[in-house]
Design a protein around this ligand. Structure first.
Ligand SMILES: Nc1nc2c(ncn2[C@@H]2O[C@H](COP(=O)(O)OP(=O)(O)OP(=O)(O)O)[C@@H](O)[C@H]2O)c(=O)[nH]1
Length: 330
């Protein structure tokens, strides 16, 4: 028997059969044809070698076996539903399935396509199925997902580390390492705020700039370490002498600054007296008694950060010139 394939070529049915048989036998995809019975069962009519090998079908199971008998009830119901959908809609059905096979390590995955074959003359209904395994792809996908989750965890941990480092840096950037008082950078910011508030709301505020008298001689005679300890002790006395609302910091070297919000000359004087009294009463370890030279300034409308600092600095200089252990207002 000769069959017309196209206008140039003809092929015998035997050749065509051989061709399709080769495709069927050599396919690495699982191929099968099942026939629907009147009682709702499906009979395995054709199964290709790949499928037989995979499920280790006996020749009886491979061809002519009832799926209802072959499969557990739940699995049969699920598969019959899909076959019936394919036949009832007379359309292709796609789905993914997974099985744990006896000889395999773990779950394996297949992508299956069903095609209806309905014989209009006899009314026989068959389903042709092609099932392709994608376990390897799935494993890669799972590994990628795992790697991604691990990466996300690492990123989270690193972000946390960075946030902590940032917090630490922020702390460092506003505090003086030695005395733990605010540093000059923070004092500058606070001073700018006070100036802005004063200009906007007419608040008055004051500054106290102080310097430890003869501090250099402590360094020179007792060493830098003792000098450092004096600065730390001094900072403690300072903290104990101010109000909660006062802002104290290290201006640099042995110079310290207090910003006194809502202050008049009287408030400043009161604070200076407290400070001088407390310092005079404090016995510095290995050093003994110390004195302070202090300069004070109260905000004037014409002031900016630089000018008010300059006035407090000039006042401090005057106190030094008056023989130290002194206070001057400017
Ligand atoms: N130990 C120590 N010394 C410091 C530190 N920072 C600055 N100094 C020293 O502090 C001294 C401050 O100098 P001055 O204020 O000019 O010296 P002084 O002896 O206090 O002089 P008067 O202010 O005129 O009384 C310098 O010798 C600096 O080297 C510090 O963090 N630790």
């Amino acid at each position: 028997m000769i069959k017309q394939v196209n206008e140039h070529k003809t092929v015998s049915c035997e050749d065509e059969l051989r061709f399709f048989k080769a495709v069927w036998n050599n396919s690495e995809d699982n191929l099968f044809i099942v026939l629907k019975t009147e009682d709702g069962d499906f009979i395995t009519e054709r199964t290709n070698p790949a499928l037989v090998k995979l499920f280790q079908f006996t020749p009886e199971q491979a061809s002519g076996s009832s799926l209802k008998a072959l499969l557990p009830a739940e699995a049969f119901q699920k598969i019959a539903q899909r076959y019936n959908d394919c036949l009832q809609n007379n359309a292709a059905v796609h789905y993914e399935e997974s099985h744990v096979l006896d000889d395999s390590g773990g779950v394996r995955y297949w992508e299956t396509m069903l095609l209806p074959i309905i014989d209009e003359q006899t009314g026989e209904q068959r389903v042709f199925g092609i099932s392709r395994e994608f376990t390897r792809l799935k494993r890669i996908e799972e590994q990628l997902k795992l790697a991604n989750e691990r990466l996300e965890e690492k990123v989270k941990a690193r972000t946390k580390e960075l946030e902590e480092a940032l917090q630490k840096m922020e702390k460092i950037s506003i505090y003086d390492k030695l005395t733990k008082l605010y540093n000059r950078h923070k004092l500058d910011d606070e001073l700018t705020n006070e100036i802005n508030f004063a200009k906007r709301y007419g608040n008055c505020f004051g500054l106290i700039l102080m310097d430890v008298d003869n501090f250099k001689t402590i360094n020179d005679s007792l060493g830098h370490v003792i000098g450092d300890k004096v600065l730390v002790e001094f900072a403690d006395v300072l903290k104990q002498s101010i109000r909660q609302t006062d802002i104290a910091g290290r201006w640099g070297g042995d110079e310290f600054l207090i910003i006194v919000p809502k202050a008049s000359r009287e408030t400043i004087l009161h604070l200076v007296n407290t400070l001088q009294k407390n310092i005079k009463q404090h016995e510095f370890e290995k050093v003994g008694l110390l004195t302070l030279s202090i300069g004070g300034a109260v905000y004037k409308e014409s002031d900016d950060v630089d000018s008010i600092i300059q006035r407090a600095d000039r006042a401090l200089y005057k106190s030094k010139n008056k023989g130290k252990d002194n206070f001057t207002f400017e």
